[in-house]
Design a protein around this ligand. Sequence first.
Ligand code: PEP
Ligand code: MN
Length: 337
Amino acid sequence: MVVVLEKNISDKQIEDVIKHLEDFGFDVHKSTGVEQIVLGAIGVKPDFDTRKVKILDGVAEVYRITDPFKLASRTFQNYDTTITIKDVTIGGDQVVVMAGPCSVESEKQIFTLAEAVAKSGARILRGGAFKPRSSPYSFQGLGEEGLKLMRKAADEFNLVVITEVMENAQIELIQEYADIFQVGARNMQNYSLLKELGKVDTPVMLKRGLSATIEEWLMSAEYILSSGNKNVMVCERGIRTFETYTRNTFDLSSIPVVQKKSHLPIIADPSHAVGLRDKVIPMARAAVAAGADGIMVEIHNDPDKALSDGPQALLPEQFFDLMKQAKLIAEAIGRTL
Ligand code: PEP
Ligand code: MN
């Protein structure tokens, strides 16, 4: 931690700041510049609250130089984490594609879409059985029936299943049917759920919260990792900003930022980020170009009648086009798809 002192600080105040830092357990190194004195405080604990120093008399600025997350960081593990489910590897050279409806609605719907996913060459089927809807009056998902239908459709077309878990009590049930747990944006800071997911081995994809900083998001991943589950990937799905022309703002820059800070695979979800069908393909292409390890895209065969998120769902033909384009982009940056 670097502590910059105020220009007009008195000797007594300097001594006092140093004494506080030592009492907090730091080794203190003082360097005197032309205008200001800077203290280097060595030995910051991950949970140290820097405000304890910011409020001391004579302190101008405090900068943390180590990240508060450990297991998720590249300092802890320099090589990329890869997660293998059946014959699909996430986080390797291949860019993975997860596609399917927002919600599982019926046997016919999920079989039609699973067939489209398989035909496109993608290997992971997405679909919600338990839906976190903004309104309690909106469709809440088919529950266990939805899980059963999705598993059946995925097995028919040799696909891997990802579906959302919303609460601790659903973990066991969902584990019977799914290969990857999705933690939705609204649950990114449900620490009790994150800790429980840390006790299983099933891979978890942790979506970024609607207004979470990248650090908060990686700290949430840290909850799962520190509880024992190393099979964690994160997913950028757009954040809430002042912009209203799109549903959220797609923070593409989080992809290289996360990759620099963390070894965890990063998936990008342009569907929830932009919320409008015509903007999903360009942003999916951009995500692949930015280096995402995978993309998650919502598709629907009859989006006008979809029970959730129809306006952002691609038609199967549009999705096939996207797959062709994304493949070319992946190859241009030395990856496969
Ligand atoms: C979803 O994937 O359907 C979903 C609800 O995502 P998010 O949590 O990103 O809103
Ligand atoms: Mn959705």
